[in-house]
Design a protein around this ligand. Structure first.
Ligand SMILES: [Fe+2]
Length: 369
């Protein structure tokens, strides 16, 4: 499968500069969905195969949304999409984004993972998503929640002090929520009759624990995309929104979209971020939209839910990230991975040592090959 249009134009802009997101043109035809549903990698939690099955053969998957079922059964006009990612249980931010999306009425909305874990409302966010019926992908945080208490749990998660927020979030979810997360696909390939195909994932093709950033070295990005036939790809994970063209002669040319994060932006802009795409036979237009919300609700929610008291250091660091729009929690988590065992014994002292020597931006999201 290859592109049928002339490619994408990318525009990054912020709220207050909103333009009318009018479809370039409308077209009719059956939407064909093909997506990855191979979970055999998950003991590794970093690698997935791009080989997948035809969507229509997967009707038994319990997490298939009503929206997917509707799309599978009928032909639809589709010229506009919203991509949302990294909600991380931030209900006030997500509700604000849902209102913004619904005000602009895209033809479909896709959720690129990291739905839960971070802010206190993972259950409520999942409830809302299930009501909306938006197709969802698996993120690394969603997978971490699913690992807890199972045979494939990473050994580090046994430390309930260091991972207090993770265990708190797991306890906040019902069996219905766990069922909704279990079996989420790892990637979507979306084919359109008169527009280029899109490849959607959480991090990068093949890994959901690594992601694209605006300043990722182009050589590194090209290596991660080599072999990907779709010339427009989109993910999240790094919480840094972008629309970026990368190319390398004899290798390929791609428009790489990172829809950013709804729950905790890492680009210094505290507003929620999501991507808006409009396409036709000539290609796609991609924009990043920013949405303000009342962040005081997040602070209050941490206190009232008990997450502030029970979420430990990582909970504090996540809230710090939400309020500053800087990657405190991810940076600290990556730093911890490189510390000797004696530093990990006391997570509070480790945080104090980190704060004294570092700050966000030193460790988060290394360019793992
Ligand atoms: Fe995330």
């Amino acid at each position: 499968m290859g592109p049928t249009g002339a490619g994408w134009r990318g525009v990054v802009y912020h709220g207050g500069q909103q333009r009318a997101n009018r479809p370039i043109a409308r077209f009719s035809g059956c939407l064909h969905l093909r997506y990855n549903n191979d979970f055999s990698h998950l003991s590794d939690s970093s690698v997935f195969s791009k080989s997948g099955g035809d969507f229509c053969s997967l009707t038994g998957v319990s997490s298939l949304s009503t929206d997917f079922q509707r799309l599978r059964k009928s032909c639809v006009d589709m010229t506009s999409l919203a991509l949302v990612s990294d909600i991380h249980g931030n209900l006030p931010a997500f509700e604000a984004v849902v209102a913004d999306i619904q005000a602009h009425s895209p033809d479909a909305v896709y959720v690129l993972g990291d739905i839960v874990h971070g802010c206190p409302w993972s259950a409520e966010v999942l409830d809302l998503l299930l009501d909306l019926g938006w197709p969802m992908l698996m993120g690394n945080h969603d997978d971490a929640i699913l690992q807890l208490g199972t045979s494939r749990m990473e050994p580090r998660y046994v430390d309930r002090g260091r991972y207090a927020m993770l265990w708190w979030t797991r306890a906040s979810l019902s069996a219905r929520h766990i069922t909704a997360l279990t079996g989420l696909p790892l990637a979507f390939t979306l084919n359109f009759p008169q527009a280029p195909p899109l490849f959607l994932f959480h991090g990068i093709p093949g890994k959901f624990s690594v992601g694209f950033r605006p300043d990722s070295p182009e050589e590194w990005v090209v290596r991660r995309l080599a072999g990907i036939a779709e010339t427009t790809v989109a993910g999240g994970h790094t919480h840094e929104p972008m629309v970026r063209l990368v190319s390398r002669r004899l290798v390929g040319r791609w428009t790489v979209i990172n829809s950013g994060s709804i729950g905790a932006s890492y680009d210094g802009d505290v507003r929620a971020a999501y991507a808006w795409l409009a396409g036709d036979a000539r290609g796609w237009r991609a924009e990043i939209r920013r949405v303000s919300y009342d962040m005081r609700l997040v602070e209050a929610g941490y206190r009232e839910s008990g997450l502030m008291a029970s979420g430990g250091v990582m909970g504090e660091m996540f809230l710090r990230s939400v309020l500053s729009a800087l990657p405190w929690v991810s940076d600290f988590a990556w730093w911890l991975r490189e510390q000797p065992a004696d530093v990990l014994v006391d997570i509070r002292r480790a945080q104090q040592a980190y704060d004294a020597a570092y700050g966000p931006g030193h460790w988060a999201f290394p360019y793992v090959s």
